[in-house]
Design a protein around this ligand. Structure first.
Ligand SMILES: *Cc1c(COP(=O)(O)O)cnc(C)c1O
Length: 238
């Protein structure tokens, strides 16, 4: 059971309703996740929920924290840097994932802020990360982003270059532990999830980040260890 907000910082019906809505949404997502895990003969805790809070205010993240959620995803370094350091003072156990593209000029901030960077996808970024991890003595978890639908405009490695890139990352002493993907919006995601899972298995990478609000049950059926859910928890983004 997700705990309802016990503490309401600003009094008033609207804020209270808002916090309850997020707690209720989390409970509904938990139920969907548990059911999908059961159908796949998996334990629910093997598919972790990443609450994607991009574009939503700090108060929304607080509501999720009050409801017991601890793992969050953001797609911009700057935006996350504006919300999470303050939240971590109260909830130091927050686990924060970067799920959006990372520019090399933001690598220092990203290494300092995130626990996992899911979007490593090019040699220049690998080199910058290796240098910064060495410098800061702090090593976030790293996943490779795969352009699983081979979309020309999309970030991520092509499937056939992923193995070689993994070797390159290891030559820089980077510890890669997973793969992440964002299938083409118009496609049935199932074959893409299946392909990413097969790649992770053949590369012996334990973490598999795939599935969003609309399709995370399918991702769990194909072995997702992390699902990234925004809208179903926090509502529509503007
Ligand atoms: C925004 C985003 C999500 C969450 O999408 P929803 O459909 O709102 O659940 C997941 N993954 C990535 C990479 C995103 O940018």
């Amino acid at each position: 059971m997700r705990r309802q907000a016990a503490i309401v910082k600003c009094s008033g019906q609207v804020y209270f309703a808002f916090m309850n809505q997020i707690a209720n949404n989390l409970q509904a997502v938990d139920a969907r996740l548990a059911k999908a895990a059961r159908l796949a003969s998996r334990k629910p805790e093997t598919a972790r929920l990443i609450a994607v809070s991009k574009t939503h205010p700090k108060e929304a993240v607080e509501a999720a924290l009050e409801a017991g959620q601890r793992v969050f995803g953001e797609n911009r370094v700057q935006e996350a840097a504006g919300k999470f350091p303050a939240l971590r003072e109260k909830w130091p156990e927050i686990e924060l994932h970067l799920i959006g593209p990372l520019q090399t000029n933001k690598v220092a901030d990203a290494v300092a802020l995130f626990d996992v960077i899911q979007t490593l996808d090019r040699p220049k970024l690998a080199e910058a990360l290796a240098k910064e991890i060495q410098k800061q003595g702090r090593a976030p978890g790293l996943y490779l982003e795969v352009n699983i639908g081979r979309e020309p405009q999309k970030a991520g490695l092509l499937p056939e270059e992923t193995g070689e890139f993994l070797t390159f990352c290891r030559s820089l002493s980077l510890q890669i532990s997973g793969l992440m993907c964002l299938p083409p919006q118009e496609d049935n995601p199932a074959p893409h999830f299946k392909n990413l899972a097969a790649m992770a298995a053949s590369l012996h990478l334990p973490h598999l980040s795939m599935g969003m609000s609309a399709d995370f049950e399918t991702a769990i059926a194909y072995g997702a260890t992390e699902v990234r859910v925004g809208t179903a928890i926090f509502g529509e983004r503007k």
